[in-house]
Design a protein around this ligand. Structure first.
Ligand SMILES: [Zn+2]
Length: 618
C-alpha cells in the first residue's frame, strides 16, 4: 500500500484478542486453518450490499478443536452449514459476539465433527468499513455507480467472514454477478476481453493473505499497456492512465532482472475514482491506484513501481502480523527506489529517498517510543496505524544502509535469495533476522554486525551515521529557499521553472511550518500554485497558505478537499483549517459537501480531527 509520505494517525491501545501472536484477529490458526475460499456474490448497488455466500475449505490442526472461529464486522448472517464430501449440508450452530470497536464481531461456529468445508450465507452492511459504494455522480464519468474494496489492514472481515490475519494464506475462487453494463474485477487473473454480461468468475491459484482480497466494479474500460499488463479505468480516464503508466512492462522486466521471475501471470492496474483513500493497493494481479498520480509527466509513477514491487515483498513474502508490516512496506519502498533508478535515473530515485528521509527525520522524534521502532510491541498499536512512515521510510533506509555496507552485488544476491527462500509464506521479523545472520551478516564478516542491525530493527529514532543520498538539485533548492526567506532573493527569481513534482514537494516541505503571509503571497503571485492540478503540490501549498492565514486560498483548498478523498492529500488541509475557530467552521462546511464522496476511512479520519479540535476549544 502507498500512503506516504509523513502520515501517521493517532495511536490507539488495543485489547488483546484470543490469538496473542496476531492481536488484530480472533482466528485460532493453531486449531484450524482456512486453505481455500470460494465466494458467490451478487452486487446490489441500490442497497449498497454484497449478498451471497462464502465456502471455506478447512485444515483441522487440533483433533480436539470444538469450533471454527472467524473474524467478521457488521455482516448479517443468514445461515451456516457444514458441507459433507457427498455434497450434503448440515446446519451448524454459531454465536456472533457483540461488536468490538476495533476488531468487529467474533464468529464462533460449533463444528466438533470437523467438516471439510463450512458455508456461510450472509449479506454485507451498506456501511462496511472495507467497501465504498459511489453513486454515478461521484464518479469521473457520472454514468454508472462504482464500488471497490480496501481490505488492508483488517477490513476484509467487513465483506467476507474469514480468518482475517496476514499469517494465514489461502487460494480463492469467486463468482460475482452484477448489473449487465458494470464490469467486475478482482485480485485474481482478469480477462481484458471479458464481455459485459453481468457474470464473472475468478481464480487466484496462489495462496494469499486475507488483506489482499479485493473487488472493484463500475463503468470500467480496458486498455493494454504490454503483453501482460493493462489499465482498467473509467472510459474518460483510461487513455490518460495508459499513457502515464506506459512503462509498466519495463518495470516488470527490470524487477525480474533484479529479483527473479514475476510469479503471478498478469499485472493489471485499476485506476479508481478520486475517493480512493490511499495512493495504491497491491492487490495481486490488479493493483488499485489513485487517479491523483495522473499528472501527465510520469513524475509520480513510482507509485506503480511501489505496488509492483509488492509482488515480491508483501504478496510473495508477507509479514505474519501487522507488527511486522515493515517487512512488506520497508522492503517494497527500497525495491521501488531500485526500479525508479533503473527506469528514470539515480537522481530521481535519490530525490524520492531524500524526501522520505527528511520527512521521517522531522516526524520521528514526535512519535511515542514504541511507534519509532521497526518491530514495535504489537499491543500498543492499531492495525491501520502500523502503516506509519516508520515502516516505509525507516524500513527502506535500513535496506539502503545494508546495501551500502555490503555492496550492491552482494546485497542484490541476498535479497533475491530471501525472496526465493520465503516465497508464498508469511514471516515474522525474527524469522527474517534468523535468515539474515548466516546469509548476509556472517557471510561477509566485518561489514555490519548483528548489534547494529538490531539497533535499526528494535531501536528508537534513526541510528547515527544512517547514510543519506546526495542530491545537488535539492541542495540548490535549500540555498534558494534560505535566500528567499532571508529576503535576499525575490520569489520570481527562484529557479523553479524546471522543477519537477519532487523538487516542488521538497521546496514546500522545507518551508517553515508557519511561513509569513507576505512570503506566501509572493510565491503565489510568481508561481500561481493556487488552483494547481497537481495534488501533491496542492496539498503542501494549501497547508502552508492556510497556516499563514491566507484566506484567499480557502475556496481553491475546498475544491481540492472535495475532489480528493485520498487521506494523505486531504487530511493535512483539514488539520490546518481546524487550528482556528473560523477555519474549523469552514472545514466543517466543506466536509458537509464532501462527505458523501469520501470513503468510510476518510470520513472517520476527518471526524477525528474535528472531535480533537472541539475538545481543545472547550
Ligand atoms: Zn506498500
Amino acid at each position: 500500500m502507498r500512503l506516504l509520505p509523513a502520515l501517521t494517525f493517532g495511536t490507539l491501545l488495543l485489547p488483546l484478542a484470543a490469538h496473542a501472536a496476531e492481536p488484530h484477529s480472533y482466528a485460532q490458526p493453531d486449531q484450524v486453518q482456512v486453505t481455500h475460499l470460494d465466494l458467490d456474490l451478487k452486487l446490489d448497488f441500490p442497497h449498497r450490499e454484497l449478498d451471497g455466500q462464502a465456502t471455506l475449505k478447512l485444515d483441522w490442526k487440533n483433533p480436539q478443536a470444538p469450533s471454527l472461529v472467524l473474524d467478521t464486522r457488521d455482516l448479517k448472517i443468514a445461515k451456516i452449514e457444514a458441507l459433507g464430501a457427498d455434497g450434503k449440508t448440515t446446519p451448524l450452530n454459531y454465536v456472533l459476539a457483540p461488536r468490538d470497536k476495533q476488531l468487529g464481531s467474533k464468529l464462533t461456529i460449533a463444528a466438533p465433527t470437523h467438516p471439510a468445508q463450512v458455508r456461510i450465507v450472509y449479506v454485507t452492511s451498506p456501511d462496511a468499513s472495507g467497501l465504498q459504494w459511489l453513486t454515478p455522480e461521484q464518479t469521473a464519468d457520472k454514468k454508472l455507480p462504482f464500488m471497490f474494496s480496501q481490505s488492508e489492514s483488517i477490513h476484509a472481515r467487513s465483506w467476507v467472514p474469514l480468518q482475517d490475519s496476514p499469517a494465514i494464506r489461502f487460494t480463492y475462487t469467486a463468482h460475482v454477478s452484477s448489473p449487465k453494463d458494470v464490469r467486475v474485477v478482482m485480485s485474481a487473473l482478469n480477462d481484458a476481453n471479458h464481455p459485459l454480461n453481468g457474470n464473472y468468475t475468478f481464480d487466484q491459484p496462489h495462496p494469499i493473505p486475507s488483506y489482499l482480497l479485493a473487488i472493484g466494479a463500475g463503468d470500467i474500460a480496458v486498455k493494454e499497456t504490454g503483453p501482460r499488463s493493462a489499465i482498467y479505468a473509467e472510459p474518460s480516464v483510461v487513455g490518460k492512465a495508459a499513457h502515464e503508466f506506459e512503462d509498466t512492462e519495463k518495470m516488470i522486466a527490470t524487477t525480474e532482472q533484479l529479483y527473479g521471475p514475476y510469479r503471478w501471470g498478469r499485472y493489471d492496474i485499476l485506476v479508481l475514482p478520486a475517493s480512493f483513500p490511499y495512493g495504491g493497493m497491491e492487490n495481486p494481479n490488479m493493483t488499485f491506484a489513485t487517479p491523483t498520480v495522473l499528472v501527465g509527466d510520469k513524475s509520480l509513477v513510482s507509485l506503480v513501481a511501489h505496488e509492483l514491487a509488492h509482488s515480491w515483498s508483501g504478496n510473495l513474502i508477507t509479514a505474519a502480523s501487522w507488527r511486522d508490516i515493515w517487512l512488506n512496506e520497508g522492503v517494497t519502498t527500497y525495491v521501488q527506489g531500485r526500479i525508479t533508478e533503473a527506469l528514470y535515473g539515480k537522481s530521481q530515485a535519490d530525490e524520492e529517498a531524500l524526501l522520505d528521509a527528511r520527512a521521517l527525520q522531522k516526524e520521528i522524534g514526535k512519535m511515542p517510543a514504541n511507534s519509532q521502532k521497526l518491530a514495535p510491541d504489537p499491543r500498543g498499536i492499531n492495525a491501520d496505524d502500523s502503516l506509519s512512515d516508520v515502516a516505509y521510510s525507516k524500513g527502506s533506509w535500513f535496506l539502503r544502509t545494508l546495501e551500502q555496507r555490503f555492496g550492491r552485488a552482494a546485497f542484490d544476491d541476498y535479497l533475491k535469495g530471501y525472496f526465493n527462500h520465503f516465497a508464498f509464506q508469511s514471516i515474522t521479523t525474527e524469522q527474517m533476522l534468523d535468515y539474515m545472520k548466516p546469509n548476509l551478516i556472517d557471510k561477509y564478516p566485518g561489514k555490519m554486525n548483528l548489534a547494529e542491525v538490531k539497533d535499526w530493527v528494535y531501536g528508537t529514532g534513526i541510528p547515527k551515521n544512517a547514510p543519506l543520498p546526495d542530491s545537488p538539485r535539492f541542495d540548490k533548492i535549500d540555498q534558494e529557499r534560505s535566500a528567499f526567506l532571508d529576503g535576499k532573493l525575490s520569489a520570481d527569481k527562484l529557479d523553479a521553472k524546471g522543477w519537477n513534482t519532487q523538487e516542488w514537494m521538497y521546496f514546500l516541505n522545507r518551508l517553515p511550518d508557519v511561513t509569513p503571509l507576505a512570503k506566501i503571497q509572493q510565491i503565489d503571485s510568481a508561481w500561481h500554485l493556487t488552483g494547481t492540478p497537481n495534488a501533491e503540490i496542492g496539498m503542501r501549498w494549501y497547508t502552508h497558505a492556510i497556516a499563514a492565514g491566507d484566506k484567499a486560498v480557502w475556496p481553491a483548498a475546498a475544491d481540492h478537499m472535495t475532489r480528493i478523498g485520498r487521506l494523505y492529500l486531504t487530511l493535512p488541509l483539514y488539520q490546518a483549517l481546524a487550528t482556528t475557530p473560523e477555519g474549523l467552521t469552514y472545514a466543517e462546511k466543506v466536509y458537509a459537501t464532501a462527505k458523501p464522496g469520501y470513503h468510510p476511512l476518510t470520513q472517520q479520519a476527518v471526524e477525528a480531527i474535528f472531535a480533537k479540535a472541539h475538545k481543545i476549544e472547550n
